[in-house]
Design a protein around this ligand. Structure first.
Ligand SMILES: [Zn+2]
Length: 454
């Protein structure tokens, strides 16, 4: 499809790759580790300046935590697009596993390596640079833009809810470009995600005695580690089935529409297996069964488990206390309060009333539609930019605040971005391909153009 009005902007983007790459390096050089309160103000200020340089009058809104950067480009158009992003990153540790320093962005061959380059500074800038390029070419935009970037996404978006509830007028828009977004591993299709799974996190705490004891007492005193393991083993079996009583009661059966979107893309099993160093997936999953599990089924994960002595050498100790952190990825129909209630009832009914359940953070699942104007504007342009059609996900396998925001405001959101499934997000040597960054700018520019029309 030849569309000269968009190609003019793409040409501008190609001509200004160095400038946009320099901006990406500037963003990634500034640490902004929310978990460690490291560099947050400085980063917020850089984002604010960038929003202002686009004409968006960037402002910082105090939240009680890290500020939210907000700005508006109001051209008096009919449609308004919100660009939601986050400027915080996860901690860089372990440092010794980085091949280049995490906050010294380094171009290596066809990729750029830095903490946050994939999650989420690359995607953030791909939208902002698109706004820049479009305005430079046409002196205006065919839509209004709202910029909103938070600095607490990686620590659970603790203040986003309050901000949205008390600034509904500012959040109001016709659609939201959601933060993040990736391609399948090894240059597979761009993923266009219209929804998310939810997540419900909690801890299970088990205390069996006042304090640790010599393990000779194991004959007569209960062991907290065993007790926790026994409780956990009633919640999921060796066939990987979640066995919490009534857990699946609220989940509607998979619809034909869902199946048809799953059939519409190929999951790159071979490259994914290579990346994780396995010959096969869990339970031998493959084809449609794999996709159904990954996108439509809930999961229950032990994030970590701790008890007794795990240091060097032997210590014959009888642990008095054990605890674990668990996340349950929820799907449509499931609600955090109900899931927690089911876990509580399950533990009680299986003789584990003594195990304490401590709720953690949770987000809601959300299922979007490919028929909303933003989704249409994205989907129609993917093949022109990437040379292959997108993989459309009614919901992604992961979770974020999209469910919360979309449920609260009724505004649809679409997630597409510049990393790939092997970008080492949250891990050492985080990277994106340079081409994916520039293609992300091009796709965003085309979306700005088409969102006015579809
Ligand atoms: Zn992240």
């Amino acid at each position: 499809m030849k569309r000269p009005e968009i190609e003019k902007v793409w040409q501008y983007i190609d001509d200004h790759r160095e400038e946009y790459l320099a901006l990406l390096k500037k963003f990634c050089s500034q640490p902004s580790v929310s978990a460690q309160s490291w560099g947050m103000r400085e980063m917020a200020e850089i984002v604010r300046e960038t929003v202002s340089s686009l004409g968006g009058n960037g402002r910082l809104y105090e939240t009680g935590g890290n500020p939210i950067v907000y700005g508006e480009l109001n051209y008096g158009r009919d449609r308004t697009l919100m660009l939601y992003n986050h400027y915080d990153v996860v901690p860089p540790e372990p440092y010794d596993q980085w091949e280049t320093p995490p906050f010294e962005p380094t171009v290596i061959g066809d990729r750029i390596v830095a903490r946050g380059v994939a999650d989420n500074k690359g995607s953030l800038l791909s939208r902002y640079c698109a706004v820049d390029a479009y305005q430079k070419v046409y002196g205006t935009l065919p839509i209004n833009i709202k910029f909103m970037a938070e600095g607490e996404e990686e620590i659970g978006s603790v203040h986003l809810g309050d901000f949205v509830r008390s600034h509904m007028d500012m959040v109001k828009s016709d659609a939201i470009v959601w933060e993040g977004g990736s391609k399948d591993i090894n240059h597979g299709p761009l993923q266009v995600a219209l929804g998310v799974k939810g997540v419900t996190c909690f801890e299970l705490r088990c205390r069996c005695a006042k304090g640790d004891m010599h393990s000779m007492n194991a004959a007569i005193v209960p062991n907290a580690a065993w007790r926790l393991v026994w409780a956990l083993s009633t919640m999921k079996n060796e066939k990987e089935e979640i066995t919490i009583d009534h857990f699946f009661d609220d989940i509607p059966p998979v619809s034909e529409e869902e199946l048809s979107y799953l059939r519409g893309f190929e999951y790159n099993e071979a490259d994914m297996l290579k990346a994780i160093g396995k010959d096969q997936f869990l339970c031998g999953l493959t084809g449609m069964e794999l996709k159904k599990k990954l996108y439509l089924a809930p999961t229950m994960t032990i994030q970590g488990i701790q008890a007794g002595y795990t240091g060097e050498g032997a210590k014959t100790v009888l642990p008095a206390y054990a605890f674990c952190k668990i996340d349950i990825r929820t799907v449509m129909g499931q609600k955090p309060e109900r899931v927690l209630q089911l876990v509580r009832e399950h533990l009680d009914n299986h003789g584990f009333s003594d195990i304490e359940l401590v709720p953690g953070h949770s987000t809601l699942p959300f299922r979007g539609s490919p028929e909303n104007p933003l989704a249409k504007a994205v989907i129609r342009n993917v093949e022109d930019v990437y040379g292959m059609p997108p993989a459309i996900h009614l919901n992604m396998a992961g979770s974020n605040g999209m469910g919360f925001l979309c449920n609260l405001t009724g505004i649809p959101a679409v997630c597409f971005g510049v990393f790939n499934d092997d970008s080492h997000c949250h891990a050492p040597n985080e990277y994106i391909f340079l081409d994916d960054f520039f293609n992300g700018i091009k796709l965003s520019a085309a979306v700005i153009h088409d969102f006015a029309e579809v």
